[in-house]
Write a protein that binds this ligand. Sequence first.
Ligand code: DX5
Ligand code: ZN
Length: 219
Amino acid sequence: MSVKLAPSILSADFSDLKSEVKKLEKAGADLVHIDIMDGCFVENITIGAQVVKALRRHTNLFFDVHLMVVNPEKHIDKFIESGADNITVHAETTHHLDALLNKIKSVGKKASVAINPATPIYLIENVLEIVDMVLVMTVNPGYGGQKFIPYTLKKIQNLSEIRKREGYNFEIEVDGGINEKTIVECVKAGADVIVAGSYVFESENIEKAINKLKNSVRD
Ligand code: DX5
Ligand code: ZN
């Protein structure tokens, strides 16, 4: 399975998201990672389902929507309607993880679960057989441009081992502090989908940055 790159538009120009997303498409991004922050689960506030829906009209890129919101069940219908392809909910934000994931799956969307750096894998053990992806946060969510937390590599490895042992099919996504060095460690540990925000958007050339990341893990 080859590694997929998912640039995060959190570090893009928010006044011109349409062009930014088009640029990503042209530059060869595999997915676009869209961070939804509510100012409650995390400090920042970003965008809502309406903006995701507006962007949907301008690109065929796979929309990887990362919900960092409390009570995601309250908002899930709107994000389903927005044209998201995958919806990731944080295990820390809902009492009814199984119900929420099944709801997302029941409408034909990919359903994924995210865990913060300090959240142990055992909390999501029972949903591993139903999720499409597990997002291991490699920084504390809320901001772009933070430093990668090394102990999260152990979690990626553990998840990869569980997946192999149990014959599960979920992908492992990592998010936060990704550069050409940390991507190598994450892929070695078992990650398949790599989110990168500031590395891509703060580079001089988006296409070169994407290629540089991809080349550093080409087998
Ligand atoms: C962080 C977000 C990330 C963010 C990553 O809370 O979930 O998707 O954009 O940014 P970088 O790659 O700059 O660490
Ligand atoms: Zn994210």
